[in-house]
Design a protein around this ligand. Sequence first.
Ligand code: PLP
Length: 448
Amino acid sequence: LNPSAAAEAPPGWHEADRAHLIHPQHHPVDHAAPVLWSRGEGAFLIDAEGRRLIDGLSGMWNVHLGHARPELIAAATTQLQQLAFANTYAGASHGPGVALAEKLSEIAPEGIEAFFFTTSGSEATETSVRTARWFWQSVGQPRKTKIISRDYSYHGSTGVAASVTGVTEFSQGFGPPAPDILHIPSPYPYRFEGTGQEAADLLEQAILREGPETVAAFIAEPVQGGGGGVIVPQDDYFPRIREICDRYDVLFIADEVITGFGRTGHWFAVAHWGVRPDIVQFAKGITSGYIPLGGIGVSGRIKAALDAAPPAKRWWHGFTASAHPVACAVALETIRILEAEGLAERAARKGKHLLGRLHAGLADHPNVGDIRGLGLLFGIELVADRTTKRRFGPETDLAPRLRRELFARGLSTRVLTDVICLAPPLTTPDAELEAIADIVTGAIHAVL
Ligand code: PLP
């Protein structure tokens, strides 16, 4: 296949794809509806047959500023010309890395002071878990190694990250899971009775069961994304989580890989509940997906431990591409645009409106169980029976049918078994946001 022809549906692309490209979560069943994307323009993806679809998931929950922004292309090009790469080991640094860390210290959740960069969200999870455990041993509590996570969570596909993930498919069949990781139920207002505080108290019970002297950290996505299908907790959940973590000296890791950088209406979603994490992890939207970058930010207490360790017992952690200068330059420009265009505030405003439109079009449908969202992040959970909340199982073909119907109506997005997920670019024009509500409503009425 000639890659330069790839923008024009080269003959044979699908056969070559099937034969040679292993996709994320690979399975040949997915080849029933092949699509070859060739261009992006603002909120649209354009395929090789010339079909224009609204990008309802911002790529993979990451293209916050839409496609083909000239400023981001210019930021990458300028940095590539000036310094494509230099490492940041052993006292070396570079402008984009320093500037990005400094800028993040202004917009990060309160108390987060210093930043380390990875290439992906999975590496951010690895880094958080290693850092939490390292921190406790460095301050004389080496028994604090356990990580408590939640059901329905998704934290990545590398070894530790997949074990931290609360969807068991990701760790089964890949050998033994990483040790010292346990899961508690997540708050799931639609499915579990009770308040957010009651759901949070399950964390306290787990800490007491395990022994607080053995628990390093609790990790949670402020809004669960890819594991459960955009589950928004009750407002009283995270404040109670913070209290419990303080009571037992357990670090709180907020995984803001999907929710960061304005997606839910604040720079970071923990601001909705006024809670302060000890570690915040991010990726995806920080560069609007134009080039991979992830990382973590840590509190002053953790930074002090990093600085106080004897040289031989330092934090032995780092990647070749940590603080990649081109990725840092694109991130700085992404943050500048998010700020200049008030896109977090816009996400809050437009998100409320779109949620209202989805409710108006779907609330009476007998198979619509729950319509939920925060900012421009939504989940529409479909049920076989609304009274009993019985699920459409993975054995049904609901997800591919819905995906095809949405696609035919002009929207590309992700359907996780029985939840339609939506996370359009924060720059999506009003007309396309209205179109998303119409298309989703029409597709559900057509399929069910
Ligand atoms: N954490 C969360 C909350 C995510 O949603 C994801 C990816 O979707 C990850 C971590 C892993 O990120 P990556 O796919 O960049 O490794």
